[in-house]
Design a protein around this ligand. Structure first.
Ligand code: FAD
Length: 443
């Protein structure tokens, strides 16, 4: 899609029913929801195109939701998941799929859980949203980086390099800090803070982890299925996840790592290091291994590494032997007593020390953000500033991998759009001249 021109300082100013800062997943759906209710809507997007993060999502395939019930969904989100209730009631999984079907984007579920566009292309989702925005004549100011926001004389004043936009209502949909090249810069926190909102500290979540140990670099060739990761600290021992894991040259990545990193990131703010226990052999416990070793001894005297390879990749088997100072080429019959018990201990709980994350550059989502207590979950309206709305990742709410974050962005945007423009100010003067070209006029 060819972007329209950015706003210029000479553009005439009009009064919008609402202005949305941020043309990402939540901002676009909010605009559709509001424009369908007849509101004159403007999206200010600092990038030259909409939905950059949406395009990158799910490896450019866009895992846009999942099939969990609302209750299961909120439970999986964990902390504060129930805040999502009213938004999911409006546009939870099944309704979101209907919404997309309604704008020509068919969706599919192949694994019983993840919802994808039928084309398996995020561009299909973006094109569907863009076409609907165009149909509804939502105005979009591309390359419009909002610098400050204010409320004066019953109007919001939204400043950018080209001038000031006036709006009866304002929606902050600026997302979080993950993937800065998509436009994420965190400006939205400051806009909300200027109206008295407060935010919690922000951490990268859904992010690869870095380890103190060097040995992961030797094991990068394999995906370890159903790896179980647990924080090896009494206080945080409930922090545990199971899923596929991939070693990197300096740590860990893969779905299970992205999930557990939501918790580890916050622990890392308090502690320099987070010790982990990993079970890399599909949950086999001490008793399982004792039986396996017994069976091996009966089968004959093979090299230990050859037998371990029945359960683990060679490189990992070698590393685990070395961790307990056992020669990987030693024979099964030679391995007795304490040495065997030591090896079983690291097989069941392989230790690794996490020292950091790859930061927001490598993160999928932001943990932390604008405090939920200051926002109504029923409307997404600010409790501090009437007419101000907030939605999507800018709020202190994030989910694990598996369509949780986009589902939240879409649903919260939709809910915000339902109420936007309906405030008392909405009944005032009609629209004036537009400072930007509308979708209809732009093409
Ligand atoms: C690589 C990657 C893959 C992902 N894959 C998935 C996935 O498959 N499934 C899933 O559920 N989630 C996924 N996520 C997470 C999901 O994409 C985000 O949670 C979601 O896009 C958040 O939507 P949002 O509208 O709140 O913010 P964003 O989509 O980030 O949109 C915010 C917009 O605001 C604009 N903006 C910011 N500041 C200003 C300003 N001052 N003025 C004007 N505009 C501004 C930005 O340019 C941006 O376009 C992924 C994230 C990443 C980084």
């Amino acid at each position: 899609m060819a972007p329209t021109s950015p706003l210029s300082s000479s553009s005439p100013h009009g009064l919008y029913d609402l202005t949305i800062i941020g043309g990402g997943a939540s901002g676009m759906v909010a605009a559709i929801s509001a424009a369908r209710r007849g509101r004159r809507t403007l999206i200010c997007e600092k990038s030259p195109s909409l939905g950059r993060k949406l395009l990158a999502s799910g490896g450019q395939r866009c895992n846009l939701s999942n099939t969990l019930s609302t209750d299961e969904f909120m439970e999986r989100v964990g902390r504060d998941g129930r805040f999502m209730g009213p938004a999911l009631e409006q546009l939870g999984g099944p309704k979101l799929r209907e919404f997309f079907h309604g704008i020509g984007v068919k969706t599919v579920v192949h694994d019983g859980f993840r919802v994808w566009p039928e084309t398996r292309k995020s561009s299909t989702v973006l094109e569907g949203l863009e076409q609907e925005l165009k149909r509804l004549e939502v105005e979009v100011a591309f390359g419009c980086a909002v610098s400050t926001t204010d409320f004066q004389e019953n109007e919001f004043r939204i400043s950018h390099a080209g001038g000031v936009i006036r709006s009866r209502e304002l929606l902050i949909a600026t997302g979080g800090l993950a993937l800065p090249k998509s436009g994420a810069a965190g400006g939205g926190y400051g806009f909300a803070e200027s109206f008295g909102h407060r935010s919690t500290p922000r951490f990268p979540a859904g992010v690869p982890l870095l380890s103190a140990e060097q040995w992961p670099a030797r094991c990068t060739a394999h995906t370890i299925g159903k790896a179980h990761l647990q924080v090896a600290l009494k206080k945080y021992s409930r922090v545990a996840r199971t899923g596929d894991l991939i070693f990197t040259k300096n740590g860990l990545r893969g779905p299970v790592v992205l999930d557990i990193s939501r918790e580890i990131s916050t622990i890392l703010e308090k502690l320099d290091e987070v010790p982990l226990w990993m079970n890399l052999c599909r949950g086999k416990n001490q008793e399982d291994w004792q039986l396996i070793f017994k069976a091996w001894r009966k089968e004959g005297d093979a090299p230990l590494c050859a037998k371990l390879m029945e359960h683990l990749p060679l490189e990992l088997a070698e590393v685990l032997c070395e961790l307990v100072e056992i020669e990987p080429s030693s024979r099964v019959h030679a391995l007795k007593g304490e040495a065997r018990d030591e090896l079983i201990r690291v097989l069941v709980k392989t230790p690794l020390t996490i020292t950091g994350t790859t930061g927001f550059d490598g993160a999928f989502v932001t943990r932390g953000g604008l405090r939920l207590k200051e926002v109504s979950p029923d409307t997404m309206e600010s409790k501090l500033q009437p007419g101000l709305y907030l939605c999507g990742e800018v709020l202190d709410l994030d989910g694990p991998c598996g369509g949780f974050n986009l589902q939240w962005a879409f649903a919260s945007g939709y809910l915000a759009g339902c109420g936007l423009g309906t405030g008392s100010a909405a009944s005032r003067v009609g629209s004036e001249g537009s400072p930007v070209e509308s979708w209809g006029r732009a093409r």
